[in-house]
Design a protein around this ligand. Structure first.
Ligand SMILES: Cc1ncc(C[n+]2csc(CCOP(=O)(O)OP(=O)(O)O)c2C)c(N)n1
Ligand SMILES: [Mg+2]
Length: 369
């Protein structure tokens, strides 16, 4: 049973993939395979994008390897294109899991002309109007107050929608986080706050981030329930998100859900060598052994639906080819024209920006560029 403030994270799958409790094994096999493919895409996306980064074809990337069950579990627990999602910069797995087209995500990361945002966002900050996935900001926790605002609007307008707001455990030390969660609680706003606790905020370990015993316990201070799940167990995350989202839709008010997972890769490319500078190789190995994809594969095998090595290799090759194709298409679209940077922000461009646009046009003409 999913209970608030548990001592241990809620799980539906043991490390060896065998089901725990009554809800285990209730998901259809086709769906489990779909989630497995979605998780593998996140893992391989990291591999391919890190390569593009090293080749100088993009400039910023933050890996989600190790966190696939959390991000895909969230995506598969809500109603894509219906519920609003305010994510954060590490959420490309969530974006892909919701169905944001791979080509759009890649184009955003490369700042290509085919990027719906025309390269005006920092790389690795995808968004999608169709899927109501709000383009994130790198300012930690800045998504929390506007997520609360979205949920308040949903309540006032009587809409059959909820808002999902994700963040790392480090974000829960920020003022914006507390202001946003408090306001949502006071207003009974239909918001599911999900902490992707990957145990590190760049080089700050969670134990040095807060004196709170856990992240979900912080919900108590705001008078809302706090739930805690094993974030490497996709069944548990999906089940918790779906259950809590339904509860919120029925008027429970906001909820905090903590998913305990681990960032196996580097924080971002600004992070030189995590294992040499701030964390133990043993710790990484311990968590690598609790690989969320492997756990789902073991579960599939337990159900007699084993994924064979050739089948896995074929899926990886298919994903790589798809990412290669998306990369070629994005690069072939070229770079956005400079003038597009003045578009889409204001209905009427303010005088000072019009002046800057005119100055830049004149400068480019005079210098023959
Ligand atoms: C307001 C603010 N302060 C500091 C930073 C620098 N910074 C970037 S990522 C990060 C760590 C965030 O950790 P966490 O919230 O746990 O998310 P994770 O990166 O682990 O997924 C920090 C401090 C920032 N981007 N914004
Ligand atoms: Mg973190």
């Amino acid at each position: 049973m999913l209970e608030p403030f548990p001592a241990e994270p809620f799980r539906l799958l043991a490390d060896d993939g065998s089901p725990i409790g009554p809800a285990g094994g209730m998901v259809a096999a086709t769906q489990l395979r779909d989630w497995w493919r979605a998780m593998l895409l996140v893992r391989e996306f990291d591999r391919k994008l890190v390569t593009l980064l090293r080749q100088g074809r993009t400039t910023f990337y933050a890996q989600a390897s190790g966190m696939e069950a959390t991000q895909i579990g969230i995506a598969k627990g809500i109603r894509p294109g219906h519920d609003w999602v305010w994510g954060y910069y590490r959420d490309h797995g969530l974006a892909l899991g919701l169905g944001v087209p791979l080509g759009e995500v890649v184009a955003q990361m490369l700042g290509a002309d085919s990027d719906p945002n025309k390269g005006r966002q920092m790389p690795h900050h995808p968004g999608s109007r169709d899927l109501r996935f709000v383009s994130s900001s790198s300012s930690i926790a800045s998504q929390v107050p506007p997520a609360t605002g979205t949920a308040m609007a949903q309540k006032y307008l009587g809409l059959d929608e909820i808002t999902v707001c994700t963040f790392g455990e480090g974000a829960t030390s920020e003022g914006d986080w507390h202001a946003g969660v408090n306001m949502a609680a006071v207003k009974g706003a239909p918001c599911l706050f999900v902490c992707e606790n990957n145990q590190w905020a760049i080089s700050t370990a969670v134990g040095r981030q807060t004196r709170s015993e856990s992240i979900h316990l912080k919900a108590k201070a705001y008078g809302i329930p706090g739930y805690y799940v094993d974030g490497n167990d996709v069944l548990a995350v999906q089940y918790a998100v779906q259950t809590l989202a339904d509860q919120i839709r029925q008027g429970s008010g906001p909820v905090l859900l903590e998913c305990l997972t681990y960032r196996v890769g580097s924080h971002s490319n600004a992070d030189a060598d995590a294992e040499k500078t701030y964390r133990d190789r043993d710790e990484v190995q311990r968590w690598t052994a609790r690989d969320p994809i492997l756990r789902l594969e073991r579960h599939l095998a337990h159900l007699g639906l084993e994924i064979t090595a050739p089948e896995r290799a074929a899926e990886v090759a298919r994903i790589h080819a798809e990412i290669d194709r998306a990369t070629e298409q994005a690069e072939a679209s070229g770079q956005p024209d400079w003038s597009s940077m003045f578009d889409d922000v204001y209905g009427d461009i303010p005088a000072h920006l019009r002046q800057q646009s005119d100055d830049l046009r004149a400068e480019l003409r005079d210098t023959g560029r």
